[in-house]
Design a protein around this ligand. Sequence first.
Ligand SMILES: Cc1ncc(COP(=O)(O)O)c(C=O)c1O
Length: 377
Amino acid sequence: MSVPLLDLRRQYAPLKAQCLAAMEEVADSQALILGPRTEAFEKAVAEYCGAPHAIGCSSGTDAQLVLLMALGVGPGDVVVTTPYTFFATAGCVVRLGATPVFVDIDPHTFNLDVRQLAELLNRTANVKAIIPVHLFGQCADMAAILDLGKTHGVPVLEDAAQALGARHPLGHAGALGQAGWFSFYPTKNLGAFGDAGMVVCHDDALAAKMRALRNHGMEPRYFHPLIGGNFRIDALQSAILHIKLPHLDSWSAGRRDRAAYYRREMERAGLLGHLTLPVESWPGGELQHIYNQFVVRTPRRDALRAHLTARGIGTEIYYPLPLHQQECFRYLGYKAGDFPESERAAQESLALPIFPELTEAEQAEVVAALAEFFTAA
Ligand SMILES: Cc1ncc(COP(=O)(O)O)c(C=O)c1O
């Protein structure tokens, strides 16, 4: 039996009639960009995560860009973040002429190491923002990070691209700091039928500025007090995402159930001495880790991946090269060894199949293939 890393068709099947009807409605209306469907979806996300404002954008990347533009991030500014994240987190900073400065991760959570963050903030000037990334669907240590932001007078902006729906003792991912953004890339827990994203924030003026910036800084029509871009979300994506949103919590719970199954069965198979399983940082809450990815670690990662691939089991490496070692960021002056935990995670981490429709038989197959690899060694 082959086991896909993700099979979106299984999510689509029960929603097909509803999605097609919504798509037909948008097509019939020919109101294709922004408009009432986007406004309704923005309101729903704002209510869902407890932020007063939500601004739909063309992708998670563009949501971040709009936010950084609205905050005036530019040349001479430093933005502090993790090197163990998707490229966009730092890419947007550089596109605006600012400089990303990295802090290593906590190896247990893959998220920003707050002790090192504190040290860096004490010795770094011109910090315009701190960007924690809630990697794989679990919040970074937001209480500590928000405290540091307050002490240094620096806004905390959450890259919640992978974490819409994740809870933290202080609230919802994305709504904990000054602002945050989500990606609706199809593989996310809430996925569009293409690219889409959203930024949420608490400040009225910031929200108004972002609404203008996502549409070429235009306010009113054909008058441009600001220079923005085309970062608008389509009505079709808004309509599809609005249909899916009410299912998000049960889908995330389904992912948690599958994570619990892996834990139980991997322990039963004697795998815990071979594999490091994801750690849950904020126990007690229901959806504190929503497992956008279930990422295990082993120094034998590449051989394990080859073994699983040969058994027809889908896996992925998030991420094989930390950002400070990327060719395009060489000018930043970092070198191998600067962020040892990120570099080690890049060598050791492997995402296993996880999605709400994954069957127990498929999970059993994954665990059996893992056991075969480690016990035959
Ligand atoms: C951590 C992180 N940040 C930013 C993004 C960018 O989102 P998008 O792909 O919607 O532009 C992603 C999505 O891939 C992500 O995983």
